[in-house]
Design a protein around this ligand. Sequence first.
Ligand code: NAD
Length: 246
Amino acid sequence: MIFRDRISIITGASQGIGEVIAHEFAAEGAAVMLVDIQKAKLDEVAKKIADKGGKAAVYEADVSNYGQVSAVVESVIKDYKKIDHLINNAGITKDGFLLRMREEEWDAVIAVNLKGIFNFSKAVIRSMIGSRYGRIVSLSSVVGLMGNVGQANYAASKAGLIGFTKSLAREVASRGITVNAVAPGYIATPMTAGLPEQAKTAFLSIIPVQRFGKPAEVAHAVKFLCSDEAAYITGQVIQVNGGMYM
Ligand code: NAD
């Protein structure tokens, strides 16, 4: 168990990639702090983890709201004394061609996908600096690297977090803290389940591995970046995309 006695905050943990990261980290001995806006689903995830002998706590919070985020972090520090891992996984899409994209759709995606990462990273960084240890991993996307029709807001948020990651990595590298991003390609989760068949077929045709990715394949990259073996890796974007973009 590589994460025994580690305290891990995972946002967007009620389903999809975040839920699988939570299970993987708990199985490695971490106490997982599950954050999401979907409280009932979070409770179910926490129960499944506890049933398997793992440790989990549930925090209902909107990552785009700094007040709610800092309250979560204060509560974790009060109860567990430290934070070792922050996994910024919560994310949303509000797709549409720029011609039709409404201002609210731009603002909502930037607020959750980009400001949410600022909020949580800012809230945990003082504690990580104090303990001279930390791992921050944020979920970017292949779309943040190559762009995608109908996703100007999402691509901007996922590209923006890469600049944030590299900057924060430089700021805290000397304090034992690494800051990295994982950029998945097309992963089968509730987020992608609703895409039209035509779009799925188009994606498949540009993936050399010729299949969609599994949430666990992303979770494994996140797990590695949080391990002690990854201490010399910081400011990087690890792509998990079946070769879709190289
Ligand atoms: P998902 O929609 O299945 O899960 C996202 C989770 O985030 C949900 O539990 C949701 O409730 C939570 N969430 C949304 N808004 C929130 C908020 N304001 N505060 C707190 N929680 C909130 O998505 P997923 O496919 O599991 O994606 C996880 C991450 O990986 C996202 O950042 C996504 O952009 C990224 N990603 C996914 C894919 C893919 O193909 N599925 C590809 C590239 C990147």
